[in-house]
Design a binder for this molecule. Structure first.
Ligand code: GDP
Ligand code: MG
Length: 321
């Protein structure tokens, strides 16, 4: 165990110098070797909190990866070091979507100040929830000024990533129909920057108007951040500077008050909860409690007890003293 810990410390030391191979190696450990996640978390804990974590989400095909590539170009011009995590909960690592992401960001692969990585689930529940925050920490420790986490979707998974980020960016595009409808509900509460991409296509102005209308339904509050709506053509880079500006302004606004600390507290709480749930599930599955579960199921089935009381007993037994 001691040797393993030494190896991790050495790896983290190299990561902190921005060594791309060490970053790649540690990201692989985070993604694949879940049994080492705890040791990795311990080694990284002192070195996180400097990066601005940006969650970038939206329906498939709206141009998130293209926009991320264009954003990298703008941020590099500003002298920043960038990390990108493309999270895809649905497709396997070798799948088309991630391959496409790689190609779209390829222009940056020789830049030593840019780290791009795709993450996919390995089928285990909670796997991504556990891996993504650690992967962010790796890039944070590597000295990234900005870490972009790209996720697909306009549902629950997207909300989780939004909660993970300091700044949540929602990308939409014309021709989505239901996508915009679904997105409207969460706009006021969750989203910090709204991007209407594919501004070169018909309907982009209408999408922006719809978003502004949805926004105007929420109460005006001077103390609240009002998400700017930015129109972009990611393929040409038009409007992308304004996206970078909006992201930076939101960070400054958060940092000027309690916002940044509050978000990071919420992020840590969510992370702890996710880890606890994964461990509970593992204990239930790993044989420490199946007999208890069987016995509890029988008592519930015969009406001797109710499922809530049985679940409470099981939790006490699994985690109690
Ligand atoms: N016309 C147009 N096409 C775009 C724009 N941005 C991205 N695309 C194209 O939309 C497709 C999906 O882009 P991608 O970045 O993979 O979308 P993602 O699934 O949201 O990551 C690709 O063929 C892009 O070239 C844009 O601003 N205008
Ligand atoms: Mg993509």
């Amino acid at each position: 165990v001691a040797r393993r810990t030494d190896d991790l410390d050495e790896l983290v030391r190299r990561v902190r110098t921005g060594d791309a191979r060490a970053v790649g190696r540690l990201l692989s450990l985070v993604e694949n070797d879940s049994w080492q996640l705890r040791d990795i978390a311990v080694a990284l804990a002192p070195f996180s909190g400097a990066a601005h974590v940006v969650g970038l989400t939206g329906p498939p095909g709206v141009g998130k990866s293209t926009l991320t590539g264009a954003l990298i170009t703008v941020l590099r011009e500003r002298g920043q070091r960038i990390g990108v995590l493309a999270v895809d909960p649905t497709s396997p690592v070798s799948g088309g979507a991630l391959l496409g992401d790689r190609i779209r960001m390829e222009q940056h692969t020789t830049d030593t100040n840019v780290f791009v990585r795709s993450l996919a689930t390995r089928g285990q529940l909670g796997g991504l929830a556990a891996a993504v925050p650690q992967a962010v920490r790796v890039l944070d420790a590597a000295g990234c000024d900005v870490v972009v986490v790209e996720t697909v979707g306009v549902g629950q998974a997207e909300l989780q990533i939004a909660a993970l980020a300091d700044t949540a960016v929602l990308v939409l595009a014309p021709g989505l129909g239901d996508g915009v409808q679904a997105a409207k509900a969460g706009i006021a509460e969750i989203v910090d920057v709204l991007v209407v991409n594919k501004d070169d296509r018909d309907g982009a102005a209408q999408v922006a108007r719809d978003l502004r209308a949805a926004q105007s339904l929420t109460r005006v509050d001077e103390r609240r951040w009002r998400a700017p709506i930015v129109r972009t053509t990611a393929t040409t880079g038009a409007g992308v500077t304004a996206v970078a500006d909006a992201i930076a302004q939101h960070h400054d606004w958060l940092a000027s008050g309690e916002g940044l600390a509050q978000r990071r507290l919420a992020r840590a709480a969510g992370e702890i909860e996710a880890i606890a749930l994964v461990q509970l599930r593992a204990r239930l599955a790993a044989g420490t409690t199946p007999d208890l579960l069987d016995a509890a199921a029988r008592r519930v089935q015969t009406g001797e007890t109710d499922p809530y009381s049985a679940a409470a007993d099981l939790l006490d037994t699994a985690f109690g003293g």
